[in-house]
Ligand binder design. Sequence first.
Ligand SMILES: *Cc1c(COP(=O)(O)O)cnc(C)c1O
Length: 410
Amino acid sequence: MTPHSTAHSTPHSTAHSTPHSTISDLLMKTAVRPAAVMARGSGSYLWDEAGNRYLDFIQGWAVNALGHSPAVLREALTQHSALLLTPSPAFHNRPQLELARRLVELTGAHQVTFLNSGAEANEAAIKLARKWGRLHKQGAFGVVTTHGAFHGRTIATMAASGKPGWDQLFPPYPPGFAKVPFGDAAAMEAAIDSTIVALMVEPIQGEAGVVVPPPGYLAALRRLCDAHDLLLIADEVQTGVGRTGRFLAQEHEQVRADITTLGKGLGGGVPVAAVLANERAACFEPGDQGSTFGGNPLMTGAALAIVEAVSAPAFLAQVREQGDYLGNVLDELASAFGGAVARGQGLLRAIVFDRPQAPALTDAARARGLLVNAARPEILRLMPQLAVSRAEIDEMATLLRQAYASLTQA
Ligand SMILES: *Cc1c(COP(=O)(O)O)cnc(C)c1O
């Protein structure tokens, strides 16, 4: 397979062709990466240093809400970098205040705090629930989470996650996390006892391969929390900020979680995350939580520009429309491939095979200039930018068909 190329090589093209002891050996081996070095991006496209162009349906892991380096984000970064970078978390700054106000307006939350990554936001959400348990539930601190969940890579958020094998990686983990099957409200209810303070779920499990729960699941968890006086924590780090066609995925079921976390798409490509809490749950006091870079004006100014663009009703309607279109295209592809089904919501989608086809298909697609993600050996995940066009979706389908055909011919 030869790399898809739309431009000839740049002078850097030999950088990844050295057979051994390459510069990439200087990086800790935390991930298996292809040799290409990504150099620049624009909208739905990414280019490597060799000049190969890729249609990007990974988008920084569902991060680049408006695609690579959109003008609104570049302008916000330019404006805020010239004004003020970090006054210290001990002082107010205007973009942080405005972003808090906008998120409260959009979600009905009472208060917000800002962090730098999804894991940190979830860690803070767990702390908030534990504090609330101390104040209102005789010290209850247990959180019920789900098998297959992904809540982050700090020790506590790994303990909250249900990724297969993770319990063996870095023990001992902090106690206080019970695990039940995802999508099963009765199992959640059975796990509730006097030690439990919160139920924590992703509205759709992203990293597990876009696992969509049965309709009514989130609403059922909301009722359980109301009946048992518990907090509902929605990890919307992947599903939030328009990804599913609503500003928050929980809106599809008219549910309001007590605590919601945002990350990934919030900054449109730069690191910023948030914890939103309603009045009942917002019990942090000075000293309980903090972050050196949390809420800095460069990142919150960037996020404000992204949130303004994405939350516009016409924009969200467009995400739903393109999401439906992508869903139909993936249904067709899945039936053409055979032994496969498509699933997902909005612009968070997957094709699930009955065989471990996704890694080879991902490689074959990349060789043809298409970036998609093998979330699991049998699951191909697609998370294009929210402003993806129909022509780009059609181009994806053509490239994916070619990639699939190359596998079956091999
Ligand atoms: C990516 C993700 C996280 C972790 O976010 P980081 O920014 O990588 O720490 C947490 N929860 C969900 C649902 C995610 O998709």
